[in-house]
Every structure is written in structure tokens, then in C-alpha cells.
Write a protein that binds this ligand. Structure first.
Ligand code: ASP
Length: 588
């Protein structure tokens, strides 16, 4: 009754047909004799036309329609005299015979067009209006398609989709838990899963063999553009597999998704160890769309009287192409960039290889042109290029230079849209030492297995040996974004207990928190491993975007608030009492 066709469907072949369309008024234009209305639904926009001479009442009614009114229009499809090649339905229009307003609309607080004038918070508050905009709607359609194709691929590989609980006990993945008080168990709390990690491992013990789930995870962290307190993972686990089996399976999934959804063939994914990634790019998720690899200069630049370099643990640079012509001001900008507190470098040294072959640098006082040329040579610089150099404590300096490399990549337009450079980063450290708390943390999570050759070294109490332990862990990186991560797991009770003790758990604490898992390991746990993809991030990266928000139907803002429903919010006193949150729980 409401419609015979959608607003994106009609073409020249329909000319002469009686049709009924329903949708929202995108815009109307009144030319006196003729009134045009653009009618929109999810599928497209169709032009309606009302003729004053044919039906004055109907035309008057059409002139009254406001933006976003919901209407139903019945009429005849006819060829347009003035065609619109930019619109799929642009060859035709509907000569309206009957019009019915199904619902009126207030004037929307921002324009519902591809480019809107609405600020972030306003768009979030009226998310239902924002979601009417084509680009946002397309993002959700993309996400839906990606989920469907993921299920198809994994089902084809014999994965079973299993739902795991949302009210659980804390599973440490390095973030804070969201907790839920239990009314029936006074003083006790559930935690929302940071991931279904322990459950998927238990499913392997249970013999499910291959598990997946497209699942919500919750982490109470400070928010950024690519983080939300609740986000979605494609979570997977496999039994009787080596790392190689997992990398092959999920490289396969990624290639399949790119092919079916974007029609892009990805080549075989290169692999790089964590150590190599840190050495060449100062990052465990390097963006391989461009080069600018790190060039170490200690042997060439030290002991020539420049104390900043002489006292540094590491002197390291990048060669930036075609930037020798940078002005004083541009170089100052870069210096300010690396000196920002978030990056924290003390200064920036440059060496310009001028077009005429001469050399100019900010350290000319300390080095001869031949010295500087030897640096340029090592960096493979050509006339017209410039070397940017940082120095200091090794680990920090590498991280700072990574930031500078990314900034130069942006400035020089090297992060090309439509260019996709995947990379497996493998062999992560098992443990990370934290100076502040003077203890080890799991780099991935406590269930990750060390590489087989490193298992014996776990018995050591030498901190350096422990720092050197390598995990059978891997990340999938795409254009500098970590889109997936996982590991081969520990499946032996004693080894798991040993790992907990390295992480500072007492026997009792480990037993209290993870006794169920270690208990399961005693009943025939198969070797197993898995991975989880950040589904929201994958959507954003595949679309060349950095913010995941527009791929989530109802995201939270930077303060973790849902602006539409206004959450979080206070709850009634009675509710608090019931949960024993305002009074002490009764003694057992
Ligand atoms: N649970 C891990 C995570 O959320 C992924 C995995 O190890 O499979 O990062």
C-alpha cells in the first residue's frame, strides 16, 4: 500500500507506469506553475513534479511540504526534459496525482545532505537524522556487508559461531573493566568482557575446533578517534594449529574481504619481526605505503665534538625526498612538532642535500661537508633531499622519529587513498617491563605462549633474559593501523601458572581469577591459538578513514557519553539500594 517501488529504482523503462513512492522530502523548489519535490529513501532520490494547471489543490499541498516530511505520492513515471546525469533516477520524474502526508517533521537542526553543517555533538544527539545522510548510511551498509562476508568465509572454513556471555569475571587485556553490580549477590560484581579470550580458549578445550564470533567488547579507557568504550571484534580461535596455519587462514579472510567488498586483490602479506619493525620504523605498526626507513648514524656522527650526538645512545635519521627546498619556517614547524610534549624530542637536526650538490645543515659548525656527505650517502639521499635526525635514549628516540616519519608522510602526501599495504608483525616480546610499578606486564595478554625455544628461559630470574623472551604473537597491520592481533596460547597448566607468577600474581590470586581456565587445562586441552580483528577499525581503514565513529550506528563521544539517550545517567535511590551501592551489603 505504501509503495510499489523505492526512490532509487525507476528508470526510462518504467515511463508510462503508475507508481507509488514513499519517503522523506529532501528539498522542494517552487516555480509557480511547477513545484518540484525531491523524495528520498535509503535507495536514492526521485523527483516528483506537481503542475499548477493540472491540479491547483495538489500543487498548493505540495508547496506546504517541509524538509523531512514523510509522504506518499502516487503518479505516472515520465521522461524528464531536463535530465540529471548525476542521479541514478535522473532520466525520469513522477507526475503526481495523489499526495498524502504520512507524518510532518520539525525543521531539522542541521542539513541532511552529504556535507552537513551540523557539529559533532549535535549530529550525535540527533543521530537518527545524521543516519539519514547518504555517506553515514553507506558506512553502515558497508559494515553490514563486511559482517556477512566474514561469516560466509569463516563458515566455509568450518568455523562455528558461538555466543559467549557478557556478564563475566574480569579478563585482563590491559584496560580497566566496566563492572555491573549483582543484585542477587550483594557486594559482588560482574565485569563486561574486554574480549571473550578465556571463553574461546575453553571452547577449544571443549572440542569446538574452530570458533568465531562478531562480538562486542568493553574497555574503560580514555577515548580517541579510533577508540570507543564498546567496540566490535571478529574473534576467532582454532585448535591443533601452528602460527603458520593461523596467519594463512586470516590472511585468506582479509584478502577475501578486500576482493568481495572492494574488488581489490591484495598480494601476499609481508612479515616482519617486532625487532625489525622497531629498528626500521620505530613502530610495531609501520605504515608501509611509503619508505623513509630509519638510518642509524652513531658511527659516522659521534666523536666529532658535537656533544648532543656524542652523549646520545642513538643518532638516527630519515631521508625525506624533495624537501631540501624547505624554508627556515617549515623546518621550525617540524622542530616544534617533535618538541611537543606528546612527542618530547629535545631538538631536530637537518642536513640538506642541495640541488647543486652542496650540503647545508644545522650542525655545520661541528661537521665538515665530507662528514655530512657520508651521512647522506648512507641514507641514499639524492640532491634535493633532506635528512632529518634525532638523537637521545634509544627506545624514546625511535618512537619520536616514528612520529616525525608519519608527519612527513602526511605532509608529502605519501599516504595515498586506495593504496593498501598489509603487514604481519610477528615475534613480539612476551613481557614488558614497567619502570613506574617495577614489574612485568604481558605485552599481549597473560595467555600468550612464549616461542617454543624460549619456554626454558622463563625459569630465569634475570630481568634481561626475561625481557628478551619472545612470544608466539602476531599483529596484522594495515596502512599503519593494527587491525588484528593474536597468539598461540599456553595450554599447559604449569606453564600458565609460571607465566602468571612472572606477571606478579601470587598462586592464590591466579587461582582465584583463572582457576577455571587452568582447571580446564588439566582435562585434555589441545594446542590452540587465535586472533581478533577490530571490526570497526577494519571498516574505517578499508574506507581510508581514521575515525571509527562513523562506522558505528550509535557511537559515544569523547567523554564516553551517548548524546542521544543521554547516558550514562544517575539511577533512582531505590535502584541503588537494591544493588547495595549506597549502603553496606548485609553481612552473610
Ligand atoms: N583477545 C585478544 C584481543 O582482544 C585477541 C586474541 O588474542 O585472540 O586483543
Amino acid at each position: 500500500m505504501y509503495r510499489t517501488h523505492t526512490c532509487g529504482e525507476l528508470r526510462m523503462s518504467h515511463v508510462g507506469q503508475e507508481v507509488t513512492l514513499s519517503g522523506w522530502v529532501q528539498a522542494s523548489r517552487d516555480f509557480g506553475a511547477l513545484t518540484f519535490v525531491d523524495l528520498r529513501d535509503r535507495y536514492g532520490i526521485t523527483q516528483l513534479v506537481f503542475n499548477q494547471e493540472d491540479n491547483a489543490d495538489l500543487s498548493a499541498q505540495a508547496r506546504e511540504l517541509g524538509r523531512e516530511f514523510v509522504i506518499m505520492a502516487k503518479g505516472m513515471v515520465r521522461e524528464r526534459s531536463n535530465k540529471n546525469p548525476n542521479r541514478a533516477t535522473g532520466d525520469i520524474e513522477i507526475e503526481v496525482k495523489e499526495l498524502q502526508v504520512l507524518n510532518a517533521s520539525k525543521v531539522p537542526p542541521f542539513t541532511i545532505e552529504d556535507e552537513t553543517d551540523g557539529g559533532d555533538d549535535l549530529r550525535m544527539k540527533y543521530r537518527y537524522l545524521d543516519l539519514r545522510r547518504t555517506p553515514v548510511q553507506n558506512n553502515l551498509l558497508f559494515r553490514s556487508q563486511l559482517a556477512i562476508e566474514t561469516r560466509k568465509y569463516l563458515a566455509g572454513q568450518h568455523f562455528v559461531e558461538v555466543e559467549t556471555p557478557v556478564l563475566i569475571k574480569s579478563t585482563p587485556e590491559g584496560a580497566r573493566d566496566f563492572v555491573v553490580p549483582s543484585r542477587m549477590n550483594p557486594g559482588q560484581f560482574y565485569a563486561l568482557p574486554q574480549s571473550p579470550q578465556t571463553f574461546k580458549q575453553i571452547l577449544m578445550v571443549a572440542g569446538m575446533d574452530r570458533y568465531f564470533q562478531i562480538v562486542k567488547c568493553f574497555r574503560d579507557e580514555d577515548l580517541r578517534a579510533d577508540r570507543q568504550p564498546e567496540f566490535t571484534q571478529i574473534d576467532c580461535e582454532m585448535a591443533f594449529v601452528t602460527r603458520e596455519d593461523i596467519l594463512q587462514t586470516f590472511e585468506g579472510l582479509t584478502k577475501y574481504l578486500f576482493k568481495t567488498v572492494l574488488n581489490i586483490e591484495l598480494p601476499t602479506f609481508p612479515r616482519m619481526s617486532y625487532d625489525e619493525a622497531m629498528q626500521r620504523y620505530g613502530s610495531d605498526k609501520p605504515d608501509l605505503r611509503f619508505g623513509m626507513e630509519f638510518v642509524e648514524l652513531n658511527d659516522l656522527a659521534q666523536n666529532k665534538g658535537f656533544s648532543v650526538f656524542d652523549s646520545a645512545e642513538l643518532v638516527v635519521g630519515i631521508c625525506t625526498e624533495g624537501t631540501a627546498e624547505y624554508s627556515r619556517k617549515q623546518i621550525d614547524e617540524l622542530t616544534d612538532y617533535v618538541k611537543r610534549p606528546q612527542i618530547g624530542a629535545k631538538g631536530l637536526v637537518y642536513v640538506k642535500y642541495e640541488i647543486d650538490g652542496s650540503v647545508k645543515s644545522s650542525v655545520d659548525k661541528f661537521y665538515s661537508p665530507d662528514d655530512l656527505k657520508s651521512w647522506l650517502e648512507r641514507a641514499g639521499a639524492k640532491p634535493g633531499d633532506m635528512l632529518l635526525i634525532l638523537a637521545g635514549e634509544e627506545e624514546k628516540t625511535r618512537k619520536q622519529l616514528n612520529e616525525l616519519r608519519l608527519e612527513m608522510g602526511r605532509r608529502l602526501g605519501l599516504m595515498k587513498q586506495g593504496d593498501f599495504k598489509p603487514l604481519w608483525v610477528v615475534d613480539f616480546p612476551l613481557l614488558e617491563w614497567d619502570e613506574d610499578t617495577q614489574r612485568f606486564y604481558a605485552m599481549h595478554h597473560p595467555f600468550t605462549s612464549p616461542k617454543p625455544d624460549d619456554i626454558v628461559k622463563m625459569q630465569s630470574d634475570d630481568r634481561l633474559v626475561l625481557k628478551g623472551l619472545r612470544a608466539d604473537a602476531y599483529d596484522l597491520v594495515l596502512n599503519g593501523v593494527e587491525i588484528g592481533g593474536g597468539s598461540i596460547r599456553i595450554h599447559d597448566r604449569d606453564l600458565q601458572m609460571k607465566n602468571f607468577s612472572l606477571l606478579g600474581f601470587t598462586q592464590e590470586q591466579a587461582e582465584y581469577q583463572f582457576g577455571f581456565l587452568m582447571g580446564a587445562f588439566e582435562y585434555g586441552a589441545p594446542p590452540h591459538g587465535g586472533i581478533a580483528f577490530g571490526f570497526d577499525r577494519l571498516c574505517a581503514v578499508m574506507n581510508g578513514q581514521s575515525s571509527i565513529r562513523d562506522f558505528i550506528a550509535f557511537p559515544k563521544n569523547n567523554q564516553g557519553r551517548d548524546m542521544m539517550i543521554d547516558a550514562p545517567s544517575e539511577i533512582a535511590k531505590e535502584q541503588l539500594n537494591e544493588l547495595f551501592l549506597s549502603s553496606n551489603p548485609p553481612k552473610k
